[in-house]
Each structure stands twice: as structure tokens, then as C-alpha cells.
Design a protein around this ligand. Structure first.
Ligand SMILES: Cc1ncc(COP(=O)(O)O)c(C=O)c1O
Length: 420
């Protein structure tokens, strides 16, 4: 009855074939195949990535940037090759601008606690939006409290579309130093007008920090075309392991900034009374880095690029359109966020009558349908939209129309079980 997504997207995306590369889809939950609709939270992992990490640990493991023996050289080469892969993925002008962190949260904290702390004070303004994940909100709140700068939030309309009408007033209120914005809302899937914000930030002499946790995994992202100053993403949402993330930053800014964490790896020389810093990017990578995880990230990037990020974006768009149609058939279901699939990513939030989202998620789990329920680490956005929680289904390159059908069927069951 429903058009196959395979037939409507760019060649190369066949989610059924792609699923065969992901061992987790071989397992059952409650005697049923998995319908994994929580990739905005974390992605599943392809065998090629798991093999790369196991192979590395089995044959080449040694700490990086230390050993002059063969294993240490191989390990260092593999770690630094991962950096090159990231630089190429996001079109960074230089590998020196790619800093490995634990995740997006740590990357944004790094910027706030170094560049932010050095550049902000009383009379200065930090601008963010009510769309943000707490990871791109709390660090700026703390920075404002610690420096005396003012934190202003751009509002959204009732569907979560970012409003830019306050920019002139904000510009008149002080020196705008930092603009921190998400590339795509993890809760609603909306993609704010980043280009317009960057243009405005440039007129203010402000730095732009882009939270790309929800876009690097599924569409081509080019830091030079975006013209931002910093960009952060997490490996675990990008088919890679947990424990590795990326901060990209402009070299001239990073070079002029004091380190974040201090200790081993990030030094050039240490005496008892003074220390000089390593060059970029290692100046910002204190301690033993997550080098095996970097190998995993490299394999994940290779996998994504072999499939094609344009094709993944197109597939997510088609699946989102399909999901909005299927969810629209469920009586009492309200989409939270834009009702259409235009200019949004593969994330759909919804509520169902007055059934609590946690009850919905629990009943869906009986059908082996995995969705997230709650505030999605965006409490201010929830308050703005008048919800304490939503159910969120999110899609990726391995999502099939069959999974979406099972979500819709599960929601009909929720209505029956809850008597609505
Ligand atoms: C938009 C966005 N920013 C930041 C984060 C935080 O990512 P992490 O927990 O990997 O640091 C997330 C995670 O869901 C996210 O979706």
C-alpha cells in the first residue's frame, strides 16, 4: 500500500541491505525483530566499525605519541589517520583544527571554558536559542554567571521555527561575543537558519559555535561553507563508539587560546616552575586520548562515505515524510514541531491524547519498537512549547518503512491499552 522508500531515494540506499551490516539487528526483543527508532540518541554500529576496533586492539595496541617501537608507531599512525578522516569529512582547512574530545558536550564546554572565558565579561552578550540541547545551553549559562556577561535566547514560534526578529535589539544591548546554535534540533528535527545567524554574527564581530551533533551523522557538513568558528559532534551518533567526539575550531583562534585541561600529552616541556604548551591540536588533548575509539570513528566515517551522506540525508527525508503520513492516521496524535517534512531532519516528536509519553514508550517496547520519551535534554524548549515530555522517533540510514509501520501499529495498541 505504501511506496517503498528504497524506490524514492537516491541510488545506494537500501536500508534492508544496510541492516545486514549491523549485528544488533540480528537480535530479537520480546520475540520480535528490533524497530530501532532512537538514532538521535545514539546510532547502532556496523560490523566494519566493530572489526576495526577489535583488529586494532588485537594487533596494534600501544599508547600513542610515546613508543618508538613498531606497535606505538602503528597506533599513533592509526590515531592521526582518524584525525585526517575527520578533517576531510567536515572539509577542515587543516588537521591541526581537529581536536578529539569525549563527545559534543565536552567539545562545547572546551570552547566555553577557554575561548569564552577569555573573551566574555560584563557588558558582553552571549546569544543562544531556546531550541538547544542542554549541552549547548548550560555551558553558556555557567559562562555568563562566571564572567558577568548577559545570556540572551532567540525564541521559536509554536512549531519550533527559530525567530530572528530580536537580533537588532540584542545587538543594541551590548557587545555580542558568541553565538551558539544547533544545526538541527534533536527534539523537533527543525534546522534553524544558521546562514542568516552567521551573517549577523559577522556584523557583530561575534564567534559562532555550531552544535552539529544531529547533522554530521547524516548529511554533508562543510565547516568552510558554513563559515562558523567552532563545530562539535559526537562519534556515538555517527556509527562510531562512545567516548570520542570532535571539536573543530579555527586555527588562529585555537592557537591564541590557553589550554582547557592540563597534564600529559598537551605539553612541549615541563619544569617544576613552568610549562610550555604543545602545538595544535595536541595542546587541547590532555592525557591518553581515546585512540582505539578514534580508529572506530575512522571506520565509521569510511562506512558513511561509502553509502554517501547526500543519499543518507535523502533517505531520512523520505522516511520522515512517510512517518508523518503514518502518524497522521493515528487518532489523537499531535505532532510537536513542524507538521511537514520540509527543511527538517529525521526526527519526529509527538504526543498522544493525554497518555504519558513514558507509558507510550513502555507499551511500544512490548512491540520491540524503541523510541525515546521525555524532555530529550531540552527542558526550556519543552516549557516554551507547553509540554513536559514528548515521544520522539528518530531515523537513520538503516530505518525502513516497515519499522515506521510497526510504530504506527504500536500506537494503535497504545490507544487500546490505555482506553483512549
Ligand atoms: C543537538 C545535540 N547536542 C548535543 C548533544 C550531546 O551529545 P553528547 O551527549 O554525545 O555529548 C546531543 C545528544 O543528544 C544532541 O542531540
Amino acid at each position: 500500500m505504501f511506496v517503498s522508500v528504497t524506490g524514492t531515494t537516491a541510488p545506494g540506499i537500501d536500508p534492508t541491505r544496510i541492516r545486514a551490516d549491523f549485528p544488533i539487528f540480528g537480535r530479537q526483543v520480546h520475540g520480535q525483530e528490533l524497530a530501532y527508532l532512537d538514532s538521535a540518541s545514539t546510532s547502532q554500529k556496523p560490523q566494519a566499525m566493530l572489526d576495526a576496533m577489535t583488529g586494532f586492539y588485537s594487533t596494534s595496541n600501544a599508547n600513542v605519541h610515546r613508543g618508538v617501537y613498531t606497535l606505538g608507531i602503528e597506533s599513533t599512525d592509526a590515531f592521526e589517520a582518524a584525525r585526517d578522516a575527520v578533517a576531510q569529512l567536515i572539509n577542515a582547512p587543516s588537521r591541526r583544527e581537529v581536536i578529539f574530545t569525549r563527545n559534543t558536550t565536552e567539545a562545547i564546554n572546551l570552547v566555553a571554558k577557554t575561548v569564552g572565558a577569555e573573551r566574555c565579561g560584563p557588558g558582553d552578550v552571549i546569544v543562544s536559542t531556546v531550541l538547544e540541547h542542554h549541552a549547548n545551553l548550560v555551558p553558556w549559562q555557567v559562562l555568563a554567571q562566571q564572567t558577568g556577561a548577559t545570556l540572551r535566547f532567540l525564541d521559536v514560534d509554536d512549531q519550533g521555527n527559530l525567530q530572528l526578529d530580536e537580533l537588532d535589539e540584542i545587538a543594541a544591548s551590548g557587545n555580542v561575543r558568541i553565538v551558539a546554535v544547533t544545526h538541527q534540533s534533536n527534539t523537533l528535527g527543525v534546522r534553524p537558519p544558521v546562514e542568516a545567524l552567521v551573517r549577523w554574527a559577522r556584523t557583530q564581530g561575534a564567534l559562532v559555535v555550531l552544535d552539529a551533533a544531529q547533522t554530521v551523522p547524516n548529511r554533508p557538513v562543510d565547516v568552510q561553507a558554513l563559515d562558523v568558528d567552532f563545530l562539535a559532534f559526537s562519534g556515538h551518533k555517527t556509527l562510531a563508539p562512545t567516548g570520542i567526539g570532535v571539536l573543530w575550531g579555527r586555527e588562529e583562534i585555537l592557537a591564541a587560546t590557553q589550554p582547557f585541561l592540563t597534564g600529559g600529552e598537551m605539553i612541549r616541556s615541563v619544569a617544576l616552575d613552568r610549562t610550555s604548551w604543545n602545538t595544535l591540536p595536541w595542546k587541547f588533548e590532555a592525557g591518553t586520548p581515546a585512540y582505539a575509539e578514534a580508529v572506530g570513528l575512522h571506520a565509521a566515517i569510511d562506512y558513511l562515505q561509502a553509502v554517501g551522506l547526500d543519499a543518507i540525508d535523502a533517505h531520512e527525508h523520505a522516511i520522515t515524510e512517510y512517518a508523518l503520513g503514518r502518524l497522521g492516521e493515528v487518532p489523537g496524535l499531535g505532532i510537536v514541531g513542524p507538521p511537514d517534512a520540509a527543511s527538517r531532519g529525521g526526527v519526529v516528536s509527538f504526543v498522544l491524547d493525554d497518555v504519558h509519553p513514558h507509558d507510550i514508550a513502555e507499551i511500544l517496547d512490548r512491540h520491540a519498537v524503541c523510541v525515546r520519551a521525555g524532555h530529550h535534554c531540552t527542558q526550556p524548549l519543552m516549557q516554551r512549547l507547553g509540554h513536559s515530555a514528548t515521544v520522539r522517533a528518530s531515523f537513520y540510514l538503516y530505518t525502513t518503512t516497515d519499522e515506521v509501520d510497526r510504530l504506527a501499529a504500536g500506537l494503535h495498541d497504545v490507544r487500546k491499552v490505555m482506553g483512549v
